[in-house]
Write a protein that binds this ligand. Structure first.
Ligand SMILES: [Zn+2]
Ligand SMILES: [Zn+2]
Length: 262
């Protein structure tokens, strides 16, 4: 039985459709004995509060007094879940030049996010025509995303229900030192995807590609909820040493690898 100490995927009220504060997520994380959580609110024009011209909302996380690294004994990663917006694997905000008065020099909002967050999950939720691609186009989209600097984790890869050439996706993760997510919420809300999720986990195990397990909590009570993911990983005997979210130390090491620091 795995005892995972990091929840690398949680949302707060800064995601327009989630319900808890950072403090509430942290409190539950501490109660459940987690060593760390990541705050990964959405960045995408459809799924977050962000409006162009309100970049001060995005920059506040750079001020340690406003958002400390450790809260209530829990390491809190300032993360993001950024949207994939086309088959090229472009990320949300790439087309939007950042305001001149921004604290951080960046070409555009996507760059700003990639340059300033502790960790970045890139996920496909929706873009116009996203169901119209071929298997090759879908696969290339994920490969391009995994090749992007400072994208650390491909979020809930199976959630969208599209077809991919999974060995090629896993191979790209391996080449770039990135992590793939096994997402507890996908297994809860889309049980029909469990077979694909299991297949993906098996390929990761065979290739030695690290995974993370995320709760994708949209309310604090779901922080640290990994039961379905743990059942799946147990069933296939997934090697614990490849679960980067098993401990804070393992997660930091995997992030270092994803960002080329090791
Ligand atoms: Zn998501
Ligand atoms: Zn999410």
């Amino acid at each position: 039985m795995y005892n995972l100490k990091v929840d690398c995927h949680t949302h707060t009220i800064h995601t327009a459709h989630a319900y808890s504060t950072i403090a509430e997520n942290v409190t539950i994380a501490a109660e459940k004995g987690l060593e760390a959580i990541a705050i990964t609110d959405h960045f995408g024009l459809q799924l977050s509060w962000f409006q162009p011209g309100r970049e001060y909302n995005l920059e506040n996380h750079l001020k340690p007094a406003n958002l400390p690294k450790i809260m209530g004994g829990v390491r809190v990663f300032k993360g993001v879940e950024i949207d994939i917006v086309d088959f090229d694997g472009t990320l949300a905000g790439s087309e939007m030049p950042i305001a001149r008065n921004s604290l951080v020099k960046s070409e555009n909002y996507a760059d700003f996010i990639l340059n300033t967050k502790d960790m970045v999950i890139a996920s496909l939720h929706y873009f116009h025509g996203h169901r119209g691609g071929t298997v090759n186009q879908n696969t290339q989209m994920y490969i391009n995303v995994l090749a992007r600097k400072n994208v650390d984790i491909l979020g809930h890869p199976t959630r969208c229900g599209l077809e991919f050439h999974w060995p090629a996706v896993v191979d790209a993760a391996k080449r770039h030192g990135k992590m793939l997510e096994i997402n507890n919420e996908t297994l809860r809300s889309r049980p029909h995807q469990a077979k694909t999720e299991r297949h993906l986990a098996q390929l990761c195990a065979e290739a030695g590609v690290p995974i993370v397990v995320g709760s994708d909590a949209h309310i604090c009570y779901n922080v640290g909820e990994f039961a379905l993911a743990i059942d799946l990983l147990t069933e296939i005997g997934f090697p614990e040493e490849l679960i980067a979210s098993r401990s804070l130390a393992a997660f930091e090491a995997a992030l270092g690898q994803a960002r080329g620091r090791l």
